[in-house]
Ligand binder design. Structure first.
Ligand code: ADP
Ligand code: AMP
Length: 213
């Protein structure tokens, strides 16, 4: 099963994508996580990506698409995957479609996790991330068992640079301008499914599994 997660930054795409990946035994592929790993390892791609991410802008399609297509071509992706944070522009979606149709493959579901802008700033300012294993928490809604430490790997949790309030507003604007048109794109393809992302994490997941089967 090949699934795309859509939604504003902070809507809960990553949280749900991890649950989906565990339940269905498919890889969770987050382009944001791949960029952050590159930044941490000091690669050239990471340095280029960082300059855009810190400003709340999208990393150019030319850097993002080839990286993602390479990842979904890996052997562990042969039975499907859940994409989190990709595509984020219409050209990215078109390139993904083209690459998949060359292999006679297609995306099965595009799941839109719908959360109004009013809730987003709280979601992102309360988010704490583990840069080692990619786990994500929320100070109020989904706190770690031990304050400041990752439940999965014990590393220290951080407020991502791009989750600071001034960057969040820019990211929301970028989402509305460049990413939201994908909702129409996947509606036309007949694979868009919308879930109410303001519910408790478990209820959002129940709605998603009701759709995926
Ligand atoms: P995205 O991947 O869409 O940017 P995340 O999955 O990282 O979003 O979620 C953003 C923040 O909101 C995180 O701090 C996460 O723990 C929290 N969160 C996710 N889902 C919910 C939910 N249903 N209710 C409350 N907080 C949530
Ligand atoms: P995320 O972890 O999904 O919130 O992504 C963090 C940041 O990484 C975004 O604000 C972008 O700067 C960059 N990024 C992640 N995925 C993409 C993508 N598909 N296209 C362009 N930029 C991306």
């Amino acid at each position: 099963m090949k699934i795309i997660m859509l939604g504003a930054p902070g809507a809960g795409k990553g949280t749900q994508a991890k649950l989906i990946a565990d339940k269905y035994g498919i890889p969770h592929i987050s382009t944001g996580d791949i960029f952050r790993a590159n930044i941490k390892n000091g690669t050239e791609l990471g340095m280029k990506a960082k300059s855009f991410m810190d400003k709340g802008e999208l990393v150019p399609d030319g850097l993002t698409v080839s990286m993602l297509l390479d990842r979904v071509g890996q052997p562990d992706c042969k039975d499907g995957y859940v994409l989190d944070g990709f595509p984020r522009t219409i050209p990215q979606a078109e390139e993904l479609d083209r690459a998949l149709s060359e292999r006679d493959e297609r995306i099965d579901f595009a799941v839109d996790v719908d959360v109004p802008d009013e809730n987003i700033v709280n979601r992102m300012s309360g988010r704490r991330a583990c840069l080692k294993c990619g786990a994500t928490y929320h100070l109020e809604h989904i706190p770690p068992k031990n304050e400041g430490l990752c439940d999965s790997c014990g590393s220290g949790l951080v407020l991502r640079d791009d989750d600071k309030a001034e960057t969040v507003l820019k990211r929301l604007q970028v989402y509305h301008d460049q990413t939201q048109p994908l909702i129409e794109f996947y509606t036309r393809k007949g694979i868009l499914k919308t879930v109410d992302g303001t519910q408790d994490m478990k209820d959002v997941f129940a709605a998603i599994t009701g759709i995926l089967g």
